[in-house]
Ligand binder design. Structure first.
Ligand code: 13P
Length: 257
């Protein structure tokens, strides 16, 4: 089963109810672009409202806490975001790793709890500019993933439904710089190798590996056509339906990798 390209908008700490119109517009257009799986991850405060507004697109959370409930002031669990309407959760984003000190082990624990709550995972990885300049990007990214990929045992198609990996080089996030196509292909091929090693040939080849970092309508076609790129995780350009849909249309025009 070849998976559709997966384009996810990560709204980060942006959006009030005034943004619901953008979600509706994305949803309407997605109904005509069925070759692409489209989703948005709004802030916690909008998950339920977006879930109620849309019919076609997926809705997810940008993070979750471990466990199901308890005395964790300010935190939100996987089962709580699932109850609000989320179908997936982004875990291990560099803004969580760097800004909130999240370790690979914590991300792995969150992955287990999110799966338990019935959520699909979008597991992020990516190196800093310093690591890239030292020539150790591939090792760094594979080490992050090795320590945070959860066991998945339900058959190849189910595994590929349950998890996507997002490679987001930190220096490309919100900077307008993107990795070169050669660099993206090199890291994505290495991630593909690890996924095959971890989940077997069939599942490992199906799991979508998304690229993230300054993806916009203008560069999406080239990035999405690169080998082993199965979609995009989009920050800034997902905040308006117009710019986000430019990326979705680019994905719709491309053969799945
Ligand atoms: P930008 O698209 O704004 O660079 O953000 C990428 C990102 O971090 C998505 O998770």
């Amino acid at each position: 089963m070849a998976m559709r390209p997966f384009i996810i908008g990560n709204w980060k700490m942006n959006g009030t109810r005034a943004m619901l119109g953008e979600a509706r517009a994305i949803d309407r257009a997605a109904q005509r672009l069925m070759k692409v799986e489209v989703a948005i991850a709004p802030p916690f405060t909008l998950i339920h409202a977006v879930h109620r507004e849309v019919e076609q697109i997926g809705v997810g959370a940008q993070d979750c806490h471990t466990g199901t409930d308890g005395a964790f002031t300010g935190d939100v669990s996987a089962s709580m975001v699932a109850d609000a309407g989320a179908k997936f959760v982004i875990l291990g984003h560099s803004e969580r790793r760097e800004g909130h000190g999240e370790s690979d082990a914590l991300i792995r624990q969150k992955a287990d709890d999110a799966l338990e709550a019935g959520l699909r995972l979008v597991l992020c990885c990516g190196e800093s500019e310093k690591v890239r300049d030292s020539g150790k990007a591939e090792k760094f990214v594979l080490d992050q993933l090795r320590a945070s990929l959860p066991p998945l045992e339900d058959g190849a198609d189910a595994v590929a439904e349950q998890i996507a990996v997002a490679y987001e080089p930190i220096w490309a996030i919100g900077t307008g710089k993107t990795a070169s196509i050669a660099d993206i292909e090199e890291i994505h091929a290495a991630i593909r190798g690890l996924l095959v090693e971890t989940y077997g040939d069939e599942a490992g080849s199906e799991i979508r590996i998304l690229y993230g970092g300054s993806v916009k309508a203008e560069n999406a076609a080239e990035i999405l056509a690169a080998e082993h790129v199965g979609g995009a995780l989009v920050g800034g350009a997902s905040l308006s339906a117009e710019s986000f849909l430019g990326i979705v249309i680019a994905a719709s025009d491309i053969e799945t990798n």
